[in-house]
Write a protein that binds this ligand. Sequence first.
Ligand code: ATP
Length: 199
Amino acid sequence: MKLRVGITGGIGSGKSTVCRLFAERGVPVYDCDAAARRLMTEDAALREAIRARFGAESYLQDGAPNRPYLAARVFGDAAERAALEALVHPAVAADFERWADRQEAPYVLLESAILYEAGLQERLDRVVAVLAPAALRLERAVRRDGADAEAIRRRMAAQADDDTLAARADYSIVNIREEELAADVAQLDQRFRHEAARV
Ligand code: ATP
């Protein structure tokens, strides 16, 4: 059986950077954000379910999701957001399963900022949390997105904090110095290859 490993962490923690290092070592990586965007366009059953729940305006004439409309529908409305997520998350989880089965590698990675919120841990054998001090995460996110610090702070406040993630995950990577990251990834990669050979 193929080992399934999840990578999670807060905004600016370095999940994508860590996943890139695993990918460079030949590990296939599934990006849940990208998959959700793609499936909202390509998955006929998901499209139908979204139209049924949120109305015909959910899709544009050319078939692309009407993202501003959907964003406005769920903005500040927890119940509406939960309703949309209840449609999208299972579609992503099912797509991940199909994708994972197609991979030849001994183990695969799934990247998600909301891994636990989406219940994805149930489909994973191991979870790695990527951690970094909040001030550093804020600085990285502002630098990368050119976004307003207050908006990033609000997103950070809505996410699980590092202590919670570290307690739930099987492994943690502290991502402060990029030079040390590759060695941490190499060590975990070896461990997962070893474990994959035994399951
Ligand atoms: P998000 O959830 O916001 O997508 P993420 O956890 O995937 O974030 P990355 O995109 O990997 O985080 O990293 C955020 C930014 O910080 C990127 O511009 C990345 O290049 C930079 N970065 C990540 N780790 C380090 C590091 N150790 N040293 C310097 N810069 C870093």
